[in-house]
Write a protein that binds this ligand. Structure first.
Ligand SMILES: C[S@@+](CC[C@H](N)C(=O)[O-])C[C@H]1O[C@@H](n2cnc3c(N)ncnc32)[C@H](O)[C@@H]1O
Length: 318
């Protein structure tokens, strides 16, 4: 017991020594730092996710399954690109799948931020059960200015900002936390493909009907908690907007962030090969506006809106 307390204290002081968290007086509950100065929209979103922590875990999830899922996606190449001993912030980590993936098998310092306490509790329990120690969970909002500027080698924020009071302001807050030469990944709902027939069926016939159509529910063997979280998040969300690739690219430009790759493609660099292709300058030539619009329209036919019409862009701060 004593050894555990000493180890925990050691890991907390390590995180504070990094001088990244501005407010040293945050309260700690169950190993989670808590700050709670939330705006009204965030409060509304918190009460939604406290009932449906997202994405939740599948029954059989453990360190190896989370590692395998990440390794099967573009995250694997991104993790390789980052390397070791890096400072990573995940904004809106939900139940912490991405943060845990970035932490597993590395000496990275991962900061996982989310205003929904119940989601963080699941995330923290998962890390504890799987002996993943290099994550600091913070119960707070991106609008609270909790971190020192230009502190992180990667700011990762997927599926979050379109559920806040102001997507652009949220982006600004994320962008200012990235170090020079650091990376930022932003994932947002796409305005060309967020409309889906499945959504329409949900409104008409309810949850049971969409489980026959929704590709995520159809294709995955997942826990009831994950199913409920997915249904609520996709079909019943109280705050949601959508954006285009062109819009996000213009925001990157304002912050002197070079867009490197995306899903769908913004150039010929494949996000799942970013580590191998980042230096191949001939692949970086940007697609035309028309071609970008066409790719976004095409997302509608990607397994009937798989991945919830989410697009993402990875950039590097110059
Ligand atoms: C759809 S979930 C995405 C979770 C995770 N990023 C993923 O993709 O698995 C959206 C998350 O954004 C969080 N969120 C909402 N408002 C936020 C804010 N102002 N700052 C940070 N996170 C926020 C919610 O609590 C929720 O966990």
């Amino acid at each position: 017991m004593l050894v555990r307390v000493v180890l925990l204290l050691h890991s907390y002081t390590q995180f504070f020594k990094l001088r990244i968290i501005k407010n040293k007086n945050l309260q700690e509950f169950d190993g989670i730092l808590v700050s709670n100065k939330f705006d009204d929209v965030t409060k509304k979103v918190i009460s939604f996710y406290n009932n449906n922590p997202f994405p939740n875990y599948d029954n059989e999830d453990n360190k190896s399954t989370i590692l395998a899922k990440g390794d099967n996606s573009y995250l694997s190449s991104l993790k390789k690109l980052l390397g070791f001993n890096k400072k990573i912030l995940e904004v809106g980590c939900g139940t912490g799948q991405y943060s845990n993936y970035f932490a597993i098998g590395t000496n990275n310092h991962v900061f996982a931020l989310d205003p929904t306490y119940n989601s963080l509790k699941l995330a923290k329990d998962f890390s504890d059960k799987n002996n993943i120690k290099n994550i600091k969970y913070i119960n707070g909002s991106i609008f609270e200015d909790l971190f020192e500027k230009e502190s992180f080698d990667l700011v990762f924020c997927s599926g979050v900002l379109h559920h806040t009071k102001d997507t652009y302001l949220g982006f600004e807050k994320c962008a200012e936390l990235v170090k020079k030469n650091g990376y930022i990944l932003i994932g947002l709902y796409n305005s060309y493909s967020r409309f889906s027939l499945t959504k329409f069926f949900f409104k008409l016939f309810g949850a049971k009907a969409v489980s026959y159509f929704d590709p995520i529910l159809k294709n995955k063997k997942i826990s009831q908690a994950s199913i409920n979280a997915w249904l609520e998040d996709q079909y019943n969300h109280p705050v949601e907007r959508s954006h285009s690739i062109q819009e996000l690219l213009s925001w990157f430009k304002k912050f002197n962030i070079e867009p490197l790759s995306g899903i769908p493609n913004i150039n010929s660099v494949q996000l799942n090969k970013i580590y191998e292709q980042i230096d191949k300058k001939n692949l970086h030539k940007r697609k035309s506006k028309l071609s970008l619009i066409f790719s976004q329209i095409k997302m509608n036919f990607n397994l009937l809106g798989k991945d919830a019409a989410l697009f993402c862009i990875l950039g590097k701060k110059l």
